[in-house]
Design a protein around this ligand. Structure first.
Ligand code: COA
Length: 348
């Protein structure tokens, strides 16, 4: 935030403000019952351990860029403006090289704008919000488009029931612009962190410079996304809770003052534990994990779009977002609930 003179005599604080929101989900719904044979699991196990009832998976051939393009364009329509920077948070880029964001920008019709991917796994959207806000305050751009998009089905092991029941595909996007800190959608503060000593808890071991395809014939174990569920569970609760506390202390809000709490939709038990530890009343907690599962970097914008218009979710409401993911990475952000009408699309 920066001090700025207004046209009158008063001084206002400028802030990045969310002006538009768009989401894109694959049309294909996969219920828990659909997964019983493949993973030797049950609807009851998945519901009670994760809170997930169904998720949406793309058809083969649909990429992260495909979903991101639709969500990004929808956010621009929702905002009624174009963008001059594109950030794409994703774990599942269309290719290892180059980044997916430039192609998405081009497909949206944003010719020659700067565009880059953000790699922070499930925390990518919160990291992206911090970067987008910084780009505005530093004068690098005026209207960044931030997209969180994933095709997790491209990296999960079709035989691993520990991850196969949890993750879903999807994309969500927001358009930010410089505005006033008192406005709906104004972003107030961030608390971000990482712990690379635990990088192995969520990882794809092979295919990078550490174990290039050239040198290794990767085992099945190393080719796919792996997650040490128990350790991740504990870390996610601790890290999201502490970063929420940090960001609340920076804004001076008590947890009682939070009117809208949206967590990364990791697992309903994790979300509940974080909300309980913070003391946020259940009537102020929102999410959609039952319908879409864990969609990693797309999770927060998808949950936000789903939350818009629900009872008590009014423009300006004090809002707390939090996320945790591989890296390890985590982050929280305090903002005013935006005055936007999200645009929803299904991808065939
Ligand atoms: N269906 C049925 N049983 C399953 C199963 C499934 N889909 N997945 C695991 N199990 C079994 C295991 O084989 C194990 O059986 P055993 O005791 O006979 O060996 C048992 O359930 C417990 O396995 P465990 O991996 O310890 O389960 P858990 O209680 O930790 O739950 C997760 C697994 C993945 C749901 C849980 O660890 C979790 O939610 N972790 C965090 C995930 C997350 O949010 N990741 C994203 C962070 S960004």
């Amino acid at each position: 935030m920066a001090h700025e003179m207004t046209e009158g005599d008063g001084i206002t604080m400028s802030a990045s403000v969310i002006r538009g929101m768009g989401v894109c989900l694959p049309q294909g719904v996969v219920t828990n019952d659909d997964l019983v044979d493949r993973f030797q699991t049950s609807d009851t196990w998945i519901r009670t351990r994760t809170g997930i009832h169904r998720r949406r998976w793309v058809e083969p051939g649909t990429s992260t860029g495909d979903l991101a393009t639709v969500a990004g364009a929808a956010a621009l329509t929702s905002a009624g403006t174009d963008a001059d920077f594109v950030l794409l948070a994703t774990t599942t880029p269309d290719r290892p090289c180059p980044a997916t964001a430039p192609e998405v920008a081009s497909r949206i019709g944003l010719t020659d704008v700067p565009a880059v991917d953000v790699s922070a796994v499930c925390s990518g959207f919160v990291y992206g919000l911090a970067l987008a806000s910084s780009l505005i305050s530093s004068g690098v751009c005026t209207r960044p488009l931030l997209i969180g998009a994933e095709v997790y089905t491209s990296i999960i092991d079709p035989l691993d029931r520990g991850t196969g029941v949890i993750f879903g595909d999807g994309a969500g996007a927001v358009l930010l612009e410089r505005g006033d800190e008192a406005e709906p959608g104004a972003v107030h503060a961030f608390a971000l962190g990482s712990d690379g000593s635990n990088s192995d808890l969520i990882a794809i071991a092979a295919g990078g410079s550490r174990a290039p395809h050239r040198d290794v014939s990767a085992s099945r174990e190393d080719r796919y996304f792996r997650m040490q569920g128990r350790s991740v569970y504990t870390q996610a609760i601790q890290r999201m809770t502490s970063s929420c506390r940090s960001v609340l202390s920076r804004t001076g809000w008590s947890s009682d003052a939070v009117e809208v709490f949206v967590s990364h939709q990791a697992n309903q038990r994790i979300v509940d534990a974080v909300g309980d530890r913070l003391g946020i009343d259940t009537s102020h907690r929102f999410g959609n994990i039952a319908e879409v599962g864990n969609t990693a970097a797309a999770s927060l914008p998808l949950a936000m779009a789903d939350t818009a218009g629900r009872e008590g979710v009014v423009p300006g409401a004090r809002t707390l977002l939090t996320a945790f993911g591989g890296g390890l990475t985590w982050g929280s952000v305090a903002l005013n609930w935006p005055d936007v009408k999200p645009i929803h699309h299904l991808h065939r």
